[in-house]
Design a protein around this ligand. Sequence first.
Ligand code: BG6
Length: 509
Amino acid sequence: MSAGPMTVSYNCREQLCIDTAPGPGAIVIFGASGDLTKRKLLPAIFALYKRNLLPAQFAVIGVARTAMSNEEFQAEVRESLKGEGTLDDSFIERFSYVSGQYTESDTFARLDEELERVTGAHKTEHNALFYLAMPPALFEPIVKGLHDEGLLDETDGWKRVIIEKPFGHDLESAVALDHALKQYIQESQTYRIDHYLGKETVQNILMLRFANAIFEPLWNHTYIEKVEITVAEELGVEKRAGYYDKAGALRDMFQNHMVQMLSLIAMEPPAVFEADAYRDEIAKLISSIRPLDGQDLGHMAVRGQYVESVDPENPVVGYRKEEGVAPRSQTETYVALKLFIDNWRWRGVPFYMRTGKRLPKKSSEIAITFKPIPHSIFKPIRPKDFNQNVLLLRMQPHEGMGLSIEVKSPGSKLCVNTLEMDFSYSDFMQGVDIPDAYERLILDALLGDQTLFVRNDTVEASWKLFMPLLNAWEANLDNVPLCFYPAFSEGPKEANEILEGGTLAWRKI
Ligand code: BG6
C-alpha cells in the first residue's frame, strides 16, 4: 500500500498475532455513572466483545450511589455506546446494577448477592475484576468493603482490583496508600493503570527496539546524543480544576506517563515479555535516573503556567481564571526537565522531557538524535554542515515513525540534503481501528497479566525521584520560579535554558 511519495508495505502474519480470550468472569465497575466509565470503560468492554475477546460467560455489574434499576442502567449503557455499532440483547442483558454508598457494608452485601446471581445466570465462576473508577480517597474504603464482605477471597475464583492514578500525592502518601491497600489485597491482585502503557504506539517502542536488529546496537551513549520526549496538549484544565490545581503537571503527567515512556526507551531488554521480568527492568531503570537531590534544579527543571492567549482568533483565559482554580494558584501546567540515567548504556546522554497544557496542539513524540558524523570525506562540506540523524517515534496524533537521513541531491557533484522519511500506521492499517488503551488493559487484567500495570516499587521510585523538585517548588525557591507562557505558545521561554543554557532548541511542537 502506498502513502504519498513513500511506499510502505506491510504484511500481516496472522499466525504471529497472538490474542487470547479470557476465561469466565464478572467485571464490577465502581463509579458506574461516572465520566471514565462512559467515555472509556464501556466502549472498551464493547470493543472487546465485538472482537470476540470476552468469554461467553461474562457479566458487568455497575456500582454507584444513584438509585437505578437494572433496566435504567442498561439504558445508560446503550446511550454511552451510541455510535459504537449495533448492540445486541445478549450483550446488554449481561449488565446489572447495584446502588449504594461506597462506605456502607450494605452496599457490599448487595453486591455479594448480585455476584452470586451472575455466577448462576452467566456462569462467571466466582471470578471478578473490580474496577475502581473513583477518586483515590475512596480506594481504601472500597477495598476494605470488598474484603470485609469476603469478595476478595480467592479460594473460589480469582479476584483482581484495578485502580486509577494518582497513586498518592507524594512519596509518603503513596507508601501509606500501598500499606492501606495491602491490608486487604496482595500485590498480585492489584492492577495500577497507567493508560499510556496500554497505547499501541507506546507498546510499539518495545517491538521496535527488541524485534529489530538494526536499532539496538546504536541504542546507547556511543551513538545517541540526546533524547527528547514531548507530551503536549492543546486542551486546558477543562472541568478538572478541583483535582488538577492540587496536582499540577509534574504529578499529573511526569510522575507516571512520562517516566513510563522514558523507561520504555531506556530500559534493558527483559529476557521475556512477562510481568515480573519486564517490571524488574523498569524498576532498575527508574532507580538509575540520577537523583535530582543535590543537583542545581534551576538548570534541570522549569515549571510554567499558561496565561491568556494572545491570538485574537483563539481567545482563551489564563489558568488562574479557569473555573475552580485559585486566583493566585502556583500550580504548574507545564514542566520541562533534563534527566540523566547513570548506567553503562546512557552515561552522559541528556533526556530532555516536557509536558504541558494549552500548547499549540496535541502531540506526543520521542525524538532520538544521533551523534554527528566524526569526519567529513566530502570536503569542503564540514561534519557540522550535516544534519544529525533523528529517529522520531510519534505517539499521537498520526501514530507513526520518522527518520531523517542525509542524501546527495542530484545535479552538483556535492550537494547534501536531508531526507525526512515519515509514515503513519494508519497509512498501512486502513480499515483497522487502533484499539484504545483501556481495551488492552481491561483484557490483560481479565487474563491476569500484570505486565502493563505499574508495580508498587516503581510508583515509589518515581515519587522518590521527584520529591526534591516538588519540595523546592513548594518552598518557592528563587532558582525554580514559576514561569508564564501564553496559551497555545510553545511553553515558557525559560525552558530553553535547560537545553545547555539555551544553545540548543526544543523541537517545534
Ligand atoms: C491523564 C491526565 O492521565 O492523561 C490528563 O490526568 C491528561 O491531565 C491525559 O490530559 C492525557 O492522556 P492522553 O491519552 O489524552 O494523551
